[in-house]
Design a protein around this ligand. Structure first.
Ligand code: IPE
Ligand code: IPE
Ligand code: MG
Length: 250
């Protein structure tokens, strides 16, 4: 029996975010160059997306390239950008067949021209789809995102558009790349690293975190379902005590 059959369909997270990590180590362990790991990781993106679609996760955010990743050797950065361009172009048809809408967060204006074009084209050609929304975090930095939100809000205050007391959680959320999206209920990180690496710092405030030692190229649909299964067995207390949650009056 697949773990999928054990899932409570009434308790599927609306938004799942994934730090896809371990491509380089996976490749090197087998004597390949790191880029081979990235290329193989594309298959895991398909697996995760398929799994998300099957259980009707509404938003799937994948951390594909951080602002810090520009500091890698040029050959790897160039290879990743090329892979992005070819993958996005190749997947449009399949995204449309599966009713998947593509979107992106991050400072995408600073991506190479070819990437920006392919991304824009794919976002445009999938924008009417109503199924799962696949959000790629590209040239993404959570600190930059928060800093930009602070600047925009400060400007509005300066211009007299808002009062200090208008600065609420909601207002901050509305000024992030993820404005309008629910915060992820579940965040998965592969490869055994136990850190957030500048990903969705505000949005993950109350997310359940799932760390797995599996390297991203080995991550399959069953692993995605397993993460949701674990999530469903957590008690999300949001500061309360257990008894309150079990008590309808709580
Ligand atoms: C994740 O795999 C992909 C990107 C960051 C683009 P890594 O390339 O970080 O692989 P490891 O962590 O070095 O094994
Ligand atoms: C985080 O992975 C970024 C992405 C998955 C795109 P990294 O491999 O870059 O993270 P660190 O540097 O090990 O924290
Ligand atoms: Mg890594």
């Amino acid at each position: 029996m697949s773990i999928k059959d054990k899932l409570d369909t009434a308790n599927i997270p609306e938004h799942v975010a994934i730090i896809m990590d371990g491509n380089g180590r996976w490749a090197q362990q087998q004597g390949h160059v790191r880029l081979f790991g990235h290329a193989t990781g594309v298959e895991s993106v398909r697996e995760a997306l398929k799994a998300a679609t099957e259980v009707k996760v509404k938003y799937l955010t994948l951390y594909a390239f951080s602002t810090e990743n520009w500091n890698r050797p040029k050959e790897e950065v160039d290879g990743l950008m090329d892979l992005l361009v070819t993958t996005i172009a190749n997947e449009i048809e399949s995204l449309n067949e599966n009713d998947v809408r593509l979107d992106a967060i991050g400072n995408t204006d600073e991506l190479p021209e070819k990437c920006r074009q392919e991304l824009k084209n794919a976002i445009d050609r999938t924008k009417k789809n109503k199924g799962t929304c696949l959000i790629l975090a590209l040239n993404y930095s959570s600190k930059y995102e928060i800093k930009s939100a602070i600047k925009k809000i400060a400007q509005k205050y300066k211009d007299g558009e808002i009062e200090l007391d208008d600065i609420s959680d909601q207002l901050v959320s509305d000024h992030l790349y993820t404005a309008g999206l629910p915060d992820p209920e579940l965040m998965i990180r592969t490869s055994g690293e136990l850190r957030i690496s500048n990903f969705l710092l505000w949005q993950l405030a109350y997310s359940e975190l799932h760390f797995t030692p599996i390297f991203w190229p080995d991550f399959k649909k069953e692993d995605f379902f397993q993460a949701i299964y674990d999530y469903q067995n957590r008690e999300r207390r949001f500061g309360k005590v257990s008894e309150q949650l079990n008590d309808a009056q709580g």
